[in-house]
Write a protein that binds this ligand. Structure first.
Ligand code: G4P
Ligand code: NA
Ligand code: NA
Length: 191
């Protein structure tokens, strides 16, 4: 997605050759105009698959997921990472290990909002090692829901996340694919 790549080049900063900071429009300050375009692009890429629900994970997945949900006219569920006062039982849960942060997080979704009748699109802001995606896929499987696709805003193609999704024969679309960070510059995957 050209518009997104331009924003990454203009406003992104590379940290330590492995992390892209995009706090101007995605991870801290959010640009709703860009998010709307991202939502439209996800809706286009996953059209005609009978998708009736979107699942993401708090917090940075919520903005792109909600704009896709708005465009597709379907609800968005976000998996919670922290224990909730009001969300205590009847949960699907999975453990997500972050290689970056070296911590495990329990993620949870209420059984009320996910079932075997659902055809789910999984959306997230970043795909790195794929552990968040794998956790969300696990939760969908526990519910018996069909996973219709995975939509990612920014994929770091040099990490193993994409392979983990493809391995399960799930359709994956990433709006920006980063091949490498060379001399602190972003190099995109050639189309
Ligand atoms: P994984 O799920 O793909 O295995 O990712 P990993 O453990 O490596 O990443 C942990 C957190 O860091 C995730 O956010 C993920 O979205 C984010 N992340 C990974 N690589 C990058 C990157 O290059 N740039 C940025 N900005 N973020 C990256 P999180 O902890 O779930 O936080 P949030 O959703 O609340 O922001
Ligand atoms: Na995320
Ligand atoms: Na994040």
């Amino acid at each position: 997605m050209k518009l997104l790549e331009e924003r990454i080049l203009k406003e992104g900063t590379v940290i330590g050759n492995e992390v892209l900071k995009v706090d101007h429009f995605l991870n801290h300050q959010i640009d709703p105009v860009l998010m709307q375009a991202i939502g439209k692009e996800f809706a286009r890429l996953f059209e005609g698959l009978g998708i009736n629900k979107i699942i993401t994970i708090e917090s940075s997945g919520i903005a792109p997921a909600v704009f896709a949900g708005l465009e597709m006219g379907i609800p968005v569920i976000f998996a919670r990472k922290h224990k909730s006062l009001t969300l205590t039982d009847n949960l699907y849960s999975s453990t997500v290990y972050s290689f970056t942060k070296k911590v495990s997080n329990e993620i949870a979704v209420s059984k009320q909002f996910l079932s075997q009748d659902d055809h789910v699109l999984l959306i997230d802001d970043f795909l790195a090692n794929g552990q968040a995606a794998v956790g969300l896929i696990d939760i969908c499987k526990q519910a018996g829901a069909h996973i219709s696709g995975v939509g990612i805003v920014i994929e770091k193609s040099f990490q193993k996340g994409r392979a983990l999704v493809e391995e399960q024969q799930i359709k994956i679309e990433s709006l920006a694919r980063i091949a490498s960070f060379k001399d602190n510059q972003v190099v995109f995957v050639e189309e």
